[in-house]
Design a protein around this ligand. Structure first.
Ligand code: TRP
Length: 340
């Protein structure tokens, strides 16, 4: 029987400010899983992935700072986990090239994100590959390198990333088959909650829909955003269903089963939307307030965050360096004779 620890790994692309959907769907459950016994947790800032869609250097820098501060403010323990910036691990870029030579081009042709971009061009009367970069096309190979580099078993992701995990498995399998068994076949751990966390307008909470509630708003701003959640025109006293507005699912992502039941009952009994919003605000604010203070203290000290990231990279490379040596050895790129 193996006593090996389970490696859980996930990354967040550094293109924007973290919102409630990122918190509930990705960061909070990832931190919780890092505290389970027998877990080896690797969390990183996917800054090379950011280059695929963001051409504003300052925005990438700022987002890297904000997302790093977010993980730390929410209680990630960097002593027991490995927390790093993707671009600080040169072995990932090296592995990406090697995996590019293993990956079938046809596999990438089938990637949803690439196909959607092509379709979008065609719909707008452009050439299919108009303004598409090799980075966008290759994105899943870089993601496979992120995952395979640390032989991750479990990868918590949103539903939209399942195909990328299947591609990472496919690439790992091809490599293992062509050369020798080097890589673990990773599995997606899908966050159901992430799939249902709606934004202000009821569609999935996403930067691209401009319907997010940023995570680190002041109390006043948070209240304002919650007040903007779309409801219907039912009057106070009129019976309401929980699924008539995004308000309830947003609350549900934070509240216990019992609290959710109480809210459903109160709405059925005619609780005013405005009153329900007050309850939701109080609840979310209470959960976030202590971390909010830590976040603001951290963001004021980028040099402290930088130190943590450098230490994280050093720790990550204790794993990635020997692994890339194994890979190079397996493919025939290594010293001609062993060094004395
Ligand atoms: N592509 C992921 C996203 O957009 C982010 C990411 C990059 C990632 N590399 C990863 C997630 C490796 C999990 C594992 O959400």
């Amino acid at each position: 029987m193996s006593t090996q620890r389970t490696t859980v790994l996930t990354g967040i692309t550094t293109t924007g400010s973290p919102h409630l959907g990122n918190y509930v769907g990705a960061i909070k459950p990832a931190i919780a899983s890092s505290r389970e016994p027998g877990m080896n947790a690797c969390f990183f800032l996917a800054d090379y992935h950011a280059l695929i869609k963001c051409f504003e250097p300052e925005r990438i820098r700022q987002s890297t700072l904000e997302i790093a501060a977010t993980w730390l403010a929410l209680g990630l323990d960097t002593n027991t986990t490995t927390f790093y910036r993707q671009s600080d691990i040169p072995e990932i870029a090296e592995l990406t090239w090697i995996l590019n030579c293993v990956c079938a081009k046809g596999l990438m042709n089938r990637a949803h994100a690439y196909k959607a971009a092509v379709q979008d061009n065609i719909d707008r009367g452009e050439k299919p590959d108009y303004e598409l970069s090799m980075g966008l096309f290759n994105y899943p190979v870089l993601m496979a390198a992120d995952i395979l580099m640390f032989n991750a078993h479990r990868v918590p992701v949103g539903k939209d990333q399942i195909q990328h995990l299947e591609m990472a498995r496919d690439i790992a399998q091809r490599f293992n088959h062509r050369y020798r068994e080097v890589f673990v076949l990773p599995e997606a751990a899908v966050q159901e909650q992430a799939a249902v966390m709606p934004g202000l307008d009821g569609r999935k909470m996403s930067k691209s829909y401009d319907n997010t509630i940023p995570l680190w708003l002041t109390e006043k701003q948070l209240k304002k955003h919650i007040n903007r959640i779309v409801t219907n025109s039912k009057e106070p006293g009129e019976s309401k269903q929980a699924d008539e507005s995004a308000l309830f699912p947003i609350y549900a992502a934070f509240a216990s089963a019992e609290q959710q039941q109480t809210m459903v009952r109160s709405l059925n009994e005619g609780l005013a939307w405005g009153e329900a919003k007050k309850i939701v605000f109080e609840h979310i604010n209470t959960e976030l307030a202590p971390a909010r203070e830590r976040y603001h203290a951290l963001i004021e000290r980028p040099e402290h965050i930088e130190e943590i990231l450098m230490a994280g990279a050093a720790k990550a490379r204790l794993y990635s360096r020997p692994l890339i040596e194994q890979v190079r050895e397996a493919i025939g790129i290594s010293r001609l004779c062993s060094a004395k």
